[in-house]
Design a binder for this molecule. Structure first.
Ligand code: ADP
Length: 466
């Protein structure tokens, strides 16, 4: 069963259900029909016998009988019995016969008289008797009018009559039902094939994309909104995300190698220059300092890249907990105020008891990056101000400086990986600090933006939802 195609499975299920329903329908029709027929036969039996009750009359002498009538007369109990010519001795397979008290047949027909002889009379009751597998209904009626006392009418009918109709219906059903079932199976199979065609196209397209490795290709199954079109759209969305992820990966590798190439080239050039010929001590010192600077830069770059990749690729490895932001801001600012670079002073204002759900290490890193930049791009004897406050449903963290500022055209780009604005001539940055900050804010479901003016300073705002 497992190896069968969905198309065949659907058809098989469909067939089983169809045959079951057909069988049930047949059984219901058969049983209802049988009951109806039995009732009709019994009603017919009773009606015929009852009709015949009035057709038997008693006359003391034949002279009192109506001479116009061409009826049947027989001597009975000192007078005569007149059997009207309307007496239905056989109609619709119902036989009616007249018996005396001793169960002797006086008039009419009874095809099973041999078998019913021993069956006592039961007034206005239906009795059953089965002869050679055929069921017979027997209905007796006691005649009560004057002179008729002791006489019985007995009606007999076999179930066969109705059963022949049933057999005809059954034969018809037996002939046509398999025909309908076969037609339905063929129809079901064709329908399943037609409906499952898009699935085949989806799997072929997916296999084509998989084997060619071309993530730019998409599954085309035309317009529509049904489940299969949704499935195809889901696949296409997945291919789009895969393509984006591969593109981001490729871009990152290319950016990283580009960024690393410069320090490596500088280091190699400095070494070659120093080894070419004997240099003065100052020149060696100069070369070693350059190599040290570039080495540090590479080390920072590699660390930043590793952190960045971890956050981008394995964000789930950072646990989330309730983080006391008030305490975090106080401790980061306290530590970083010690830097006192370029005579810059760092002050802060943190609202009491502000907590958010997040990762302490990343939030530390976020504030550290913003404050580091504020120092790096701050002016001599300038200031840095860090603020933490509640703003409606949000928590707002901001870092302001009165440093060199960022040009308007570059304010959006600075959050991109490895991007460094024109103002960045320090040579110590990696261009990853703000993109890391951006990823951290994203991780916490917040937003980051900058307000800045060239030559006047910048403020970075981060909004967290509580
Ligand atoms: P970098 O390692 O170069 O500092 P970042 O991603 O941290 O990289 O920042 C990107 C660029 O944004 C920096 O190169 C700098 O040009 C600009 N920048 C960031 N912070 C500030 C700031 N406080 N003032 C002025 N410019 C800034």
């Amino acid at each position: 069963m497992k190896n069968l195609s969905i198309r065949v499975k659907i058809t098989l299920w469909f067939t089983v259900i169809l045959v079951f329903i057909t069988f049930c329908t047949y059984m219901i029709v058969f049983s209802v029909n049988r009951q109806l027929l039995q009732k009709t036969i019994r009603d017919e039996l009773i009606r015929t016998v009852e009709d015949n009750v009035d057709e038997v009359e008693y006359y003391r002498s034949i002279g009192t009988a109506d001479p116009q009538e061409v009826d049947y007369y027989m001597a009975f109990g000192g007078g005569y019995l007149e059997i009207d010519d309307d007496f239905l001795d056989k109609v619709n397979e119902v036989y009616t016969s007249l018996y005396n008290e001793d169960a002797a047949l006086l008039y009419g027909e009874n095809p099973i008289s041999k078998h019913t002889a021993s069956l006592g009379f039961a007034d206005s009751k239906i009795q059953h008797i089965t002869i050679n597998g055929t069921l017979y209904y027997i209905f007796d009626r006691k005649l009560a009018l004057e002179g008729l006392e002791g006489l019985w009418l007995r009606g007999v009918v076999s179930e066969n009559q109705g059963m022949m109709q049933m057999a005809a219906i059954t034969r018809l059903l037996q002939l046509f039902l398999p025909f309908f079932v076969v037609i339905s199976i063929i129809g079901g199979y064709l329908l399943a094939r037609r409906m499952l065609k898009p699935i085949q196209e989806i799997s072929e397209s997916a296999a084509r994309i998989g084997s060619s490795g071309d993530l730019k290709k998409r599954i085309e199954i035309g317009g529509g909104k049904d489940e299969l079109h949704q499935l195809a759209a889901g696949f296409n969305e997945m291919f789009q995300r895969l393509e984006d992820a591969f593109e981001a990966e490729r871009q990152f590798t290319s950016d990283a190698s580009h960024e690393l190439r410069t320090p490596v080239s500088v280091i190699v050039a400095q070494c070659e220059m120093s080894l070419e010929e004997t240099r003065s001590v100052e020149e060696y010192e100069q070369a070693l300092r350059t190599i040290q600077r570039q080495g540090r830069k590479m080390s920072r770059l590699i660390n930043d890249m590793l952190d960045f990749t971890r956050l981008e690729m394995r964000a789930e490895s950072y646990v989330r907990e309730m983080v006391d932001m008030t305490e975090l801001v106080q401790s980061v600012c306290f530590d970083m105020a010690m830097i006192k670079e370029k005579g810059i002073s760092l002050n802060y204002e943190a609202g009491a008891d502000i907590k958010i759900y997040g990762n302490r290490q990343l939030l530390n890193r976020l504030l550290g990056n913003l404050v580091t930049n504020a120092y790096r791009y701050g002016r001599e004897n300038g200031f840095i101000f860090v603020s933490l406050k509640r703003r409606g449903q949000n928590v707002e963290l901001s870092v302001s400086d009165n440093g060199i500022g960022i040009g308007e055209g570059q304010q959006q780009k600075i959050f991109q990986r490895f991007y460094q604005a024109d103002n960045s001539h320090s040579g110590i940055g990696t261009g990853l600090g703000l993109s890391m900050a951006y990823e951290i804010v994203q991780f916490h479901g917040g937003e980051i933006r900058v307000e800045s003016e060239l030559g006047r300073g910048s403020t970075f705002f981060v909004d967290f939802k509580i």
